[in-house]
Design a protein. Structure first.
Length: 81
């Protein structure tokens, strides 16, 4: 999404919760590069679904979190809020 891309070019935080996201984005990019290199070399491995952890809406300030699986991505990506 263009609006998210523009935000992340100017900021190091999530536009919704303001949690830091640069380390996770860098890790995701390294994983994508590694995947491209493996596919170019003929090496294949079973993709791992991406995982994110986020607070549930309306939850108390305790560490109530849920795990989200996104089948569009193939590497682990954790967000702690």
């Amino acid at each position: 999404m263009k609006c998210i891309d523009a935000w992340l070019k100017q900021s190091t935080t999530c536009p919704k919760c303001r949690a830091g996201v640069r380390a996770g984005l860098a890790r995701l990019e390294r994983n994508r590069q590694r995947q491209r290199a493996q596919s170019n070399s003929g090496t294949t491995s079973k993709p791992t679904p991406i995982r994110a952890v986020r607070s549930r809406p309306g939850a108390s300030t305790s560490n109530v979190q849920e795990q989200v699986h996104d089948p569009l991505y193939t590497q682990d990506f954790l967000i702690f809020i």
